[in-house]
Design a protein around this ligand. Structure first.
Ligand code: NAD
Ligand code: UGA
Length: 469
C-alpha cells in the first residue's frame, strides 16, 4: 500500500488529500499539521474550513484511508510520497519584504523531512513557490540525507475556494514537474499513477521542474490580470455611459478571449492572487527584468485603485460624508461559498469607510464576528498571515457591529454595500429592507449581482460597478 503524508492541513492540504483518499481507496493518506486546533477540527463534525461538498468527501473516507494527525514526524517518516502544502505568504520583513514569498514554513518542513526520513521519498511541492525553489529544497534534503534518495516534484494546485471539490474531481489539468533524469521520470510516473485513478491521461501534463513552478505563478497572474483589465474598463464605462457587463459579454464572445473571469467587481481578493503576482514581480526584478516586473505590478495597483474608487463613490454619493451614518455591509468573505477573508476587498472598503467615520453593520453567512473584528483591526502586514496566526487585537472597534442576518444589518441604515456575491442576497425582501432604511436609501453593488431595475422601482438609489446611473 502506497502511503501519502501531506504537511499542512489548510485550504489546499485538507480538500486535495480528502479527494485523493476518496478516489484511491488503496492509498493511505495522512494529513499532518503543527497547528493542533486545526487537526482537532478536521477530526470533528465541524471542519475547519467551509467548502461545499467537503463534509461528504471527508465523512466517506476519514478513519478508513484518510487520517488527520498532529504527529507530523511519525507520518512523514512512514510515507512514500510527502506533499508539502504549507502556507507561503508574502515576506513582511527583510530582503524582498512586501513582495518575495516567505519560505520559512517550507524550509522548516524540508529540514524536518530530512531529519526524520529513514527511507527513499518523493517530496511534492503543493504550495505555490517561487521558480527554482525545488533546487533549494533539494539542497536542504540532500545535505543530511544519510544515503536516502529524495526526488522533488512540483505539483501546483489550481483549485479555487468555494468550488474546490468540483475542481479537484474534474480538474482542467494536473501539472507535474520533475527532473529530466531516469529517477525524476520514475517519480513523475508514481505521482501520475495516483492522479490516474480519476483524472484522464490527457489532462495530466508533465514538464520540467521550473516550468511547473512558473506555470502556477503565471496562471494566477493571468487570471488576476483579466480581472484588473475588466475593472479598469469599468472605470471607463462609468465615465462614458457604457455598461461593463455588456462590454464583457461582447468581448467574451470572441473565442480567443472567452467568457470566463470577466466579472467587474470591487476588486479581487483571496490569499493568492496578490501574493503570487508580487512574488512574480520580485522574481522579475531579481532577474533584471524591470519592465516585466512593472507590467505585472500594475495588475495589483489597479486592484487597489478599484477598492479606493468604490469607497470614494460611496462617500461622494452620500453627500460627501458618511460620518455617523450607518452602512450595512453585505458579505465579507473574498468570494461566495467560502468563509475565507484573506485579502478580501471588504477589509479595504470597510477600513476606508471607517476612516470617514461610518458606522458599519456587517453580515456574512460564513464569517464569524471575531474574524471580522480581527481583520479590521489588523495592520496590513498582519493580514498576510493565515487567520489563526494573526494576533488578536485588544482594540474593540466601536464603529463596527456584526449581525446575524441581512435584515438586521440594513435596519435603519443609510446605505448598503454588497461586497460578496452570496446567492442569498439576490432573494432578500428588498421592499421590506427599503421600508426600514433611512431615506434616501442607497445600494452600492460591488459585485453586480443586484436586480438594479427592481431596486430602483422600489425607490433605492443604486450604484453598480461600471454601469450607467
Ligand atoms: P493554509 O494557511 O490554509 O494552510 C497551511 C497550513 O500549513 C497551516 O494549517 C499551517 O499550520 C501548516 N503548517 C505551516 N508550517 C508547517 C510545518 N512546518 N509543519 C506542519 N504544518 C505546517 O494555506 P493554504 O490556503 O492551504 O495554502 C497552502 C499553499 O497552497 C500556499 O502556498 C498557497 O499559495 C497554495 N494554494 C492555495 C490555494 C487556495 O485556494 N487557498 C489554491 C492553490 C494553491
Ligand atoms: C484562485 C484561482 O482561481 C485558482 O485557480 C488558484 O488555484 C487559487 O487562486 C490559488 O492559487 O490560491 P481563488 O482565489 O480561490 O482561486 O478564487 P477565484 O475564483 O479565482 O477568485 C479570486 C477573486 O477574484 C475573488 O475575490 C473573486 O470574487 C474575484 N473575481 C473572480 C472577480 O472579481 N471577477 C471575476 O470575474 C472572477
Amino acid at each position: 500500500m502506497v502511503k501519502i503524508c501531506c504537511i499542512g492541513a489548510g485550504y489546499v492540504g485538507g480538500p486535495t488529500m480528502a479527494v485523493i483518499a476518496l478516489k484511491c481507496p488503496k492509498i493511505e493518506v495522512v494529513v499532518v499539521d503543527i497547528f493542533e486546533p486545526r487537526i482537532i477540527a478536521w477530526n470533528s463534525d465541524q471542519l475547519p474550513i467551509y467548502e461545499p461538498g467537503l463534509d461528504d468527501v471527508v465523512k466517506q473516507c476519514r478513519g478508513k484511508n484518510l487520517f488527520f494527525s498532529k504527529d507530523v514526524e511519525k507520518h512523514v517518516a512512514e510515507a512514500d510520497i510527502v506533499f508539502v502544502s504549507v502556507n507561503t505568504p508574502t515576506k513582511t520583513q527583510g530582503l524582498g519584504a512586501g513582495k518575495a514569498a516567505d519560505l520559512t514554513y517550507w524550509e522548516s518542513a524540508a529540514r524536518m523531512i530530512a531529519d526524520v526520513s529513514k527511507s527513499d521519498k518523493i517530496v511534492v511541492e503543493k504550495s505555490t513557490v517561487p521558480v527554482k525553489t525545488a533546487e533549494a529544497i533539494e539542497k536542504i534534503l540532500t545535505h543530511n540525507s544519510k544515503g536516502i534518495n529524495f526526488q522533488i516534484l512540483s505539483n501546483p494546485e489550481f483549485l479555487a475556494e468555494g468550488t474546490a471539490i468540483q475542481d479537484l474531481f474534474k480538474p482542467d489539468r494536473v501539472l507535474i514537474g520533475g527532473r529530466e533524469t531516469p529517477e525524476g521520470q520514475k517519480a513523475i510516473q508514481a505521482l501520475k499513477d495516483v492522479y490516474a485513478h480519476w483524472v484522464p491521461a490527457e489532462r495530466i501534463i508533465c514538464t520540467n521542474l521550473w516550468s511547473a513552478e512558473l506555470s502556477k505563478l503565471a496562471a494566477n497572474a493571468f487570471l488576476a490580470q483579466r480581472i484588473s483589465s475588466v475593472n479598469a474598463m469599468s472605470a471607463l464605462c462609468e465615465a462614458t455611459g457604457a455598461d461593463v457587463s455588456q462590454v464583457s459579454h461582447a468581448i467574451g464572445k470572441d473565442t480567443r478571449i472567452g467568457p470566463k473571469f470577466l466579472n467587474a467587481s470591487v476588486g479581487f481578493g483571496g490569499s493568492c492572487f496578490q501574493k503570487d503576482i508580487l512574488n512574480l514581480v520580485y522574481i522579475c526584478e531579481c532577474n533584471g527584468l524591470a519592465e516585466v516586473a512593472n507590467y505585472w505590478k500594475q495588475v495589483v495597483q489597479v486592484n487597489e485603485y478599484q477598492k479606493t474608487r468604490f469607497v470614494n463613490r460611496v462617500v461622494s454619493s452620500m453627500f460627501n460624508t458618511v460620518s455617523g451614518k450607518k452602512i450595512a455591509i453585505l458579505g465579507f468573505a473574498f468570494k461566495k461559498d467560502t468563509g475565507d477573508t484573506r485579502e478580501t476587498p471588504a477589509i479595504g472598503v470597510c477600513q476606508g469607510l471607517l476612516s470617514d467615520k461610518a458606522i458599519l453593520s456587517i453580515y456574512d453567512p460564513q464569517v464569524p464576528q471575531e474574524q471580522i473584528q480581527r481583520d479590521l483591526s489588523m495592520h496590513k502586514s498582519e493580514l498576510d498571515k493565515p487567520p489563526h496566526l494573526r494576533p488578536v487585537s485588544p482594540i474593540a472597534i466601536e464603529q463596527v457591529t456584526c449581525v446575524r442576518d441581512a435584515y438586521e444589518a440594513t435596519k435603519g441604515a443609510h446605505g448598503i454595500c454588497v461586497l460578496t456575491e452570496w446567492d442569498e442576497f439576490k432573494t432578500l425582501d428588498y421592499q421590506k429592507i427599503y421600508n426600514d432604511m433611512q431615506k434616501p436609501a442607497f445600494v452600492f453593488d460591488g459585485r453586480n449581482v443586484m436586480d438594479v431595475d427592481k431596486l430602483r422601482q422600489i425607490g433605492f438609489i443604486v450604484y453598480s460597478i461600471g454601469k450607467p446611473l
